[in-house]
Design a protein around this ligand. Structure first.
Ligand code: GTP
Ligand code: NA
Ligand code: MG
Length: 406
């Protein structure tokens, strides 16, 4: 882009921190909403994106889950952001996912504002939090450092205006700009397959303006934008840089974290997606580092593996436990069968990422993988097997251990 094409854009601010330290409540307080009360178990399980007006400034906020299982979402949030808000509960302290978030943000190289939350709690100790943060090189300004700390009570709405002011100040120093007159491009921050609406992608626009009717490509997904919905649930016709929107009309749910771009027409969009698909296929064929039941015996013979890691997903908890117990009993002097994770429900992307990271195979019992899990498993070469009868699953693992799997 030429300098004269660049126009100011609003900052994208990602909220990160340990589980239950108050990220969603903070955004509820800023937006005057009640997202937290509708969350299952009070735990955020997806990325939420919202645009808020603070005086004459707009700010885009991205909420992320703090539960240990959602590492990829925190990493993704840190990657798309201009500023990170690190929420730490004043009555708790720096916890594992606080540290993880600090690392993601440092890797992304974006400025951090520390929001010390829950200051209304009788056991709140702001100085202790500052001390702990200083150990991670986040030293408050009043101690001679350069990290902005804001003390807030998300629940009581205290310190919120001050926090917003800090965000505006930090973002003004960044002089954020984008060309609004180009073909749009950006990042997919979430996607799902909706029963009624088909593939739905939540995208964050980085450059250009996205219009209904635009032809887009994102990974192996492509299509014409059929409808666009903003964070207030309203249908809109166009969206500018830094805006989060849901888009409908894609051929499949694109992977979260994937980039997207508007192409000249349907055909060029489809071609780009097709190229990506071919590339994925080639990589998959070359990738033989992942474990699969098929080549398990070979790996055992060659002394390459001793642990067979398994993830079990089932329709009911009882089956998980039964399968775990039966599989682990198969362990012998050559192979240690270890069920590293069990869960009730469809095989999802987190399961596949866990399998990929720990060279595990996934066994689904009376459940199916969701679309993104299927795609990621294919891409990462993760062996994913579905069974309806427990005995069949056990037999397959047993046969694989003896080199008899057909
Ligand atoms: P995850 O998304 O699951 O990681 O949690 P979160 O960080 O979004 O925390 P959430 O907003 O769900 O809040 C967790 C709990 O802390 C809820 O019961 C909130 O009501 C409570 N809480 C949040 N902020 C405050 C605060 O400022 N003061 C007090 N006393 N409680 C708070
Ligand atoms: Na929570
Ligand atoms: Mg939350």
């Amino acid at each position: 882009d030429k300098p004269e094409d660049l126009k100011p854009r609003s900052p994208v601010v990602t909220v990160l921190g340990h589980v239950d330290h108050g990220k969603t409540t903070l955004l509820d307080s800023i937006r005057n909403t009640k997202v937290t009360t509708g969350e299952a178990g009070g735990i955020t399980q997806h990325i939420g994106a919202y645009q808020v007006r603070a005086n004459e400034n707009k700010i885009t906020f991205i909420d992320t889950p703090g539960h240990a299982a959602f590492t990829a979402m925190r990493a993704r949030g840190a990657q798309v952001t201009d500023i990170a808000i690190l929420v730490v509960a004043a009555d708790d302290g720096v916890m594992p996912q606080t540290v993880e978030a600090i690392n993601h943000v440092k890797a992304a190289g974006v400025p951090i504002i520390v929001a010390v939350n829950k200051i209304d709690r009788p056991t709140a100790n702001v100085d202790k939090i500052k001390q702990e943060m200083a150990n991670y090189n986040l030293v408050p300004e009043e101690w001679g450092g350069d990290t902005v700390f804001a003390e807030v009570s998300a629940l009581k709405g205290e310190g919120i205006d001050n926090l917003l002011e800090m965000i505006v100040l930090v973002s003004e120093m960044q002089e954020l700009k984008a060309n609004p007159n180009a073909l749009a491009s950006g990042t997919v921050i979430e996607s799902k397959l909706d029963k009624g609406r088909g593939p739905v992608a939540t995208v964050l626009i980085r450059r250009g303006t996205l219009h209904v009717g635009d032809s887009i490509a994102s990974g192996t997904a492509y299509g014409k934008v059929r409808a666009m919905i903003n964070d207030k649930g309203k249908n809109i016709k166009k969206a500018k840089p830094s805006t989060p929107v849901e888009i409908l009309g894609l051929s499949e749910a694109p992977q979260a974290g994937e980039s997207f771009r508007v192409m000249e027409n349907d055909k060029t969009a489809r071609n780009l997606a097709q190229q990506k698909l071919n590339k994925d296929k080639n990589e998959l064929m070359q990738n033989n580092s992942a474990v699969s039941l098929d080549d398990l015996f070979k790996s055992i013979q060659e002394g390459e593996i001793k642990d067979l890691n398994i993830i079990v997903k089932a329709d009911v908890q009882g089956s998980c436990e039964a399968i775990k117990h039966s599989l682990e009993k198969l362990s012998d002097e050559k192979v240690n069968v270890k069920v590293i994770h069990t869960g009730v429900g469809a095989v999802n992307e987190n399961d596949v990422m866990l399998a990929s990271a720990s060279s595990a195979i996934i066994i689904g019992f009376n459940v199916r993988p969701d679309t993104s899990a299927q795609k990621t498993a294919k891409k990462d070469g993760v062996d994913l097997r579905l069974y309806r009868i427990i005995y069949d699953a056990i037999e397959d693992v047993k046969k694989a251990m003896q080199g008899l799997l057909e």
